[in-house]
Design a protein around this ligand. Structure first.
Ligand code: FAD
Ligand code: SF4
Length: 355
């Protein structure tokens, strides 16, 4: 007999939204998260405000967690991982490990929502001295500082007077094999620049970029206010190195608009690190035997090539940043679609059985 349960793997924004949508459609959901709590990266990394509405991330995550944990159709398993899967749509036999114990469940369809991780800024050619200079941090590090209203130089605990963001760290870089654009970091850096100016109004903030990539409403709601209202300095340029200068940092590179070398001294450097598939995404792709693209993301497209949630295996769908760089709008859109497809899979089998 075909199972009508939908298994959702990953309890970040994509997994929670997918679980909520399936449950609201009246079908049972099993939501499996490897960490001991739901929330994904926004929770784990203490995001401050969100693009593009400047909503508190904590409120958004709390609402999602409440929606799934109070829904009678949703069963949540935390500190758990899928370690095996065989079968076909309607009858996937899945092994789930929780600590020392393991259990086998039968589900009708599966949604993978295992997300992303940050590019490691110490890797290969991207030598920005992240691991050497304490005042070189990433956008993920800065989120936590902004949330705590504690934007300081880690080296001395003092608020920085001059802050510089460096864009495209680990993205759009052929040498390291990440040719893709991570899609969110221009918007996030600009949003963080506004938050820095709100919390430290006397600071000067620079953003060094190759070209700014803003999508839809991010342009008018983040980029222009950052420039016009908050006087953030956008500098089109390529940074070649970061060096110590007294107790500050010297950014050296080329101002490509002016076509000349540039040197800027700052107190805090923020690296806009790109997205890569999470280790959990790489691992689950192998366990479920679904195709990955050359970057390790789960390949979406399906037989038509344009279905953003279909994987190479029928009955298994993907949502959020597990299939490529995604902002929250993308994440929720694919989560809703994956939920619809997962429910349609089990419903079709039920109807066929009843006929
Ligand atoms: C610094 C920063 C700030 C950002 N701010 C914004 C913003 O303001 N606005 C915006 O639109 N976007 C923002 N984003 C993008 C946003 O974080 C992503 O769109 C979103 O987190 C994607 O959600 P997800 O659920 O797909 O992945 P994730 O958030 O990565 O969640 C994946 C979940 O799956 C779990 N998991 C992984 N592997 C397994 C496994 N094998 N088994 C079980 N569970 C597993 C993980 O523990 C995690 O809970 C930001 C990104 C960064 C880097
Ligand atoms: S969003 Fe901006 S910073 Fe991020 S990879 Fe694309 S162009 Fe570079």
């Amino acid at each position: 007999m075909a199972s009508e349960t939908v298994l959702v793997i990953g309890g970040g924004p994509a997994g929670m939204e997918a679980a909520r949508s399936v449950a609201d459609l009246g079908y049972p959901v099993l939501l499996v998260e490897r960490r001991d709590r739901l929330g994904g990266r926004p929770e784990e990394e203490h995001y401050a405000k969100l693009t593009h509405h400047f909503r508190e991330a904590e409120d958004m995550i709390r609402e999602l967690v409440e929606a799934v944990t109070t829904h009678s159709n949703v069963t949540v398993m935390t500190s758990s991982e899928v370690v095996g899967c065989e079968g076909e749509p309607g009858n996937f036999r899945v092994k789930i490990r929780n600590g020392a114990s393991a259990e086998e469940v039968t589900v009708g369809s599966i949604i993978v929502a295992t997300g992303f991780q940050h590019f490691d800024p110490g890797r290969e050619t991207q030598m920005y001295n992240y691991y050497t200079f304490p005042d070189v941090i990433t956008i993920a590090d800065l989120e936590g500082m902004l949330k705590a209203h504690q934007v300081v130089r880690p080296s001395n605990g003092q608020p920085p007077e001059r802050v510089a963001f460096i864009q495209c760290v680990g993205s759009r870089d052929r040498q390291i094999g990440n040719e893709f654009c991570s899609k969110v970091c221009c918007g996030i850096a600009s949003k963080q620049a506004i938050e820095v100016k709100q919390q430290l109004p006397d600071s000067r903030v620079f953003i060094f970029y190759i070209d700014m990539r803003m999508y839809g409403y991010w342009e008018n709601e983040i980029y222009w206010p950052a420039q016009e209202e908050y006087k953030v300095n956008y500098v089109k340029g390529i940074v070649s190195e970061i060096l110590p200068k007294g107790d500050r940092l010297l950014i050296r590179g080329e101002d490509t608009t002016m076509g000349r070398p540039m040197e800027v001294t700052v107190d805090l450097v923020v690296l806009s690190v790109g997205m890569e598939p999470s280790e959990g995404t790489r691992k689950i792709a192998k366990i479920l035997d679904i195709r990955q693209n050359k970057y390790g993301y789960i390949e979406a497209g399906g037989p038509t090539g344009v279905d953003p949630v279909a994987t190479s295996r029928p009955g298994i769908f993907v949502a959020g940043a597990a299939s490529g760089p995604a902002d929250l709008d993308d994440t929720f859109a694919t989560a809703g679609l994956a939920a619809a497809r997962a429910v349609a899979t089990v419903r079709r089998l039920q109807l066929a059985k009843a006929a």
